[in-house]
Design a protein around this ligand. Structure first.
Ligand SMILES: Cc1cc2nc3c(=O)[nH]c(=O)nc-3n(C[C@H](O)[C@H](O)[C@H](O)COP(=O)(O)OP(=O)(O)OC[C@H]3O[C@@H](n4cnc5c(N)ncnc54)[C@H](O)[C@@H]3O)c2cc1C
Length: 401
């Protein structure tokens, strides 16, 4: 057990944002500790499938990307954070490549898909396990450095000290106090807990329970849009082994469409997430939905319209999962219904990812503002990378390294 150890920068959470912050802080010369509730691998980031947005298309630009974000957020996102997000997206992708991520390529460039709410093809992918590839590469970077990993450390309190912060953790061996000049909160959202409380399905990892947001609020940090939770339009509804699975949005990018019990298309399948989810709720409400064999509401996602060649490159994991459950999505439609997926809001941050508490930074799903009240798919992994890097660097600077 580590007790009363001290570091320049303490990062809490080992998803894409925490790992990006830890790697950046260490590269900036800081002595870094990365604390996480269970194992380094356990996080939502590793479950992300669809991809990550960046404007590499010839007809695209960071400005068009920013317009799409503002529009999808219905004007509620913070324009300065959006500008940082979209203008740094291409360099964030190159940084991930330097860390070892190999994005799927095609015709000499990236294979770009169009995601919901986007006006251009902008979604880079690593097959359909993009989050796994990103977290694995970042974890390897972190583990090859001199940072200290504190696994099975659950943050339970944060208190100011004269020269920084004291963080208290529950560990397998009792309590541990860690002192740090600067702290990066990267502990993700709360949709797993929220879904449990609502008796609903969620796509989230069991560690997505949101206590770190509560700790920050108790300590005096400000938050925004915390009530704005996002439903993923396409949760798996059947077979039971796929319930709560997030059917990648790339299914719709590559041609799948939503249809009702009568086989009619009832919405723009590639609309913004909140609009598509609402359209499904409304269709079921009108009595035009379908019941799953265990009596749950659903509509059809007609995946038979996806070309096999596209599915083999961009949806191999999804195909394998469904086929092992006895359903071949390229031969038959699949049942889907919205599931609780993402916490749009979070701690208020500035463009360096600093919260309203001095020397406390926040990045990734725990932070608010970048997506306003409705996130576009593919912008969360991007936010983790862009603002994780910024948080790590700024925290190292604040720590005086
Ligand atoms: C199934 C699924 C598919 C997705 N697909 C995509 C996609 O294709 N593209 C995209 O951009 N986004 C996608 N998302 C969203 C995106 O993956 C997440 O929002 C993002 O990865 C969150 O990263 P994070 O680093 O903020 O948090 P997480 O990855 O959730 O990591 C949080 C970390 O904090 C730790 N933690 C939590 N509480 C504590 C505590 N008290 N003490 C210590 N540690 C703690 C957790 O154990 C974990 O390590 C998807 C999400 C899911 C669930």
């Amino acid at each position: 057990m580590r007790s009363d150890a001290s570091f320049d920068v303490l990062v809490v959470g080992s998803g894409a944002s925490g790992l990006s912050a830890a790697v950046s802080a260490e590269r900036a010369g800081a002595r870094v500790a990365l604390a996480t509730k269970t194992t380094l691998q356990a996080c939502n980031s590793a479950k992300a499938q669809g991809g990550i947005q960046a404007s590499f298309g010839e007809d695209d630009s960071p400005e068009i990307h920013a317009e799409d974000v503002m529009q999808s957020s219905h004007g509620t996102a913070n324009p300065r954070l959006v500008e940082v997000l979209t203008s740094e997206a291409p360099s964030a992708i190159h940084w991930l490549e330097e860390c070892g991520v190999e994005f799927t390529r095609q015709n000499g460039g990236y294979r770009l898909a169009k995601c919901g709410g986007a006006s251009r093809r902008r979604l880079l992918q690593v097959g359909d396990r993009t989050g796994h590839a990103i977290t694995k590469a970042l974890r390897e970077q972190f583990e090859s450095g001199s940072g200290t990993a504190l696994t099975h450390h659950k943050l339970i309190a944060l208190e100011p000290r004269e020269n920084g912060w004291a963080a208290t953790f529950e560990t397998r061996n009792g309590m541990a106090d860690i002192l740090a000049s600067a702290v990066v909160l990267a502990a993700g959202g709360r949709c797993y807990r929220e879904a449990n409380e609502r008796h609903e399905l969620s796509t989230n990892h069991a560690n997505a329970t949101g206590e770190v947001t509560r700790i920050a609020l108790t300590t005096g940090a400000e938050a925004r849009d915390l009530d704005a939770l996002q439903y993923h339009p396409n949760g798996g509804a059947w077979p039971s082994t796929m319930q709560g699975y997030s059917i990648p949005e790339t299914t719709r990018a590559y041609g799948a469409v939503l249809v009702n019990a009568d086989g009619e298309e009832f919405t723009d399948s590639l609309g913004p997430r909140d609009a598509v989810s609402q359209a499904i709720f409304d269709e079921v409400e009108k009595g035009k939905g379908v019941l799953t064999p265990d009596g749950r509401p659903a509509v059809w996602l007609d995946t038979t319209r996806i070309a096999e060649a596209d599915a083999l490159i961009s949806l191999p994991y999804m195909l394998r999962r469904y086929r092992s459950g006895g359903i071949d999505p390229l031969r038959e439609k699949i049942l889907t219904y919205p599931v609780l997926h993402y916490q749009n809001g979070g701690l208020v941050i500035d463009e360096h990812a600093e919260t309203t508490l001095e020397h406390v930074f926040a990045c990734g799903e725990i932070a608010g503002g970048t997506h306003g009240r409705n996130r576009m798919m593919g912008n969360s992994l991007l936010e983790c990378t862009v603002f994780g890097r910024r948080a790590g660097k700024a925290a190292a600077e604040r720590a005086g390294t």
